[in-house]
Write a protein that binds this ligand. Structure first.
Ligand code: 4NP
Length: 161
């Protein structure tokens, strides 16, 4: 099983949405036997909380259900996940700092938008303090990025489904 971890700051807006979109696309491709994902935040702000209702609504508009409780990135995640995908540069910096403090290394840490074809920026914007349109924008960015990420995962792991 290949394990993917999506990471943002609060683990209530972007990364639980990324997890839900990834799992939805993987299920549609009948690849759940091979790939699975989870999400977490670098902060402890929203541990145990349900995803932001605006993320839930944007997923629902696209026929996707989100099921997650907020949790914070920990050192076991660095050991256990094959891919770690940060939403923005500050998330990535925080991941690298945590790794340094535990003397851990990892060779597959990416920014989500490295996978988006023709991305206009390399960060998934934080929609927390914005409106509904910010969440729809995040949905579109994640959907496009994850689609291409899965294409690359399939190639890398020689899955020809
Ligand atoms: P997320 O969004 O990192 O996409 O979950 C945020 C959620 C909460 C906060 C910031 C960003 N906050 O400051 O509480």
């Amino acid at each position: 099983m290949i394990k993917v971890l999506f990471v943002c700051l609060g683990n209530i807006c972007r990364s639980p949405l990324a997890e839900a979109i990834f799992n939805h696309q993987i299920n549609s491709l009948d690849l759940a036997y091979k790939f699975q994902s989870d999400s977490c935040g670098t902060s402890d702000y929203h541990i145990g909380e349900l995803p932001d209702e605006r993320s839930v609504a944007s997923a629902k508009r696209h026929g996707i259900a989100i099921s997650h409780r907020g949790r914070q990135l920990n050192h076991a995640d660095i050991r256990d996940f094959d891919y770690i995908i940060a939403m923005d540069k500050s998330n990535k910096k925080n991941i690298l700092q945590l790794m340094e403090s535990y003397n851990l290394s990892h060779d597959r840490i990416y920014l989500m938008r490295e996978f988006q074809p023709n991305a206009s920026s390399n960060e998934v914007p934080d929609p927390y303090y914005g409106g509904e349109d910010g969440f729809e924008n995040v949905y579109q960015i994640l959907n496009e990025s994850i689609k291409e990420f899965i294409v690359q995962l399939k190639k890398e792991h020689q899955v020809y489904a």
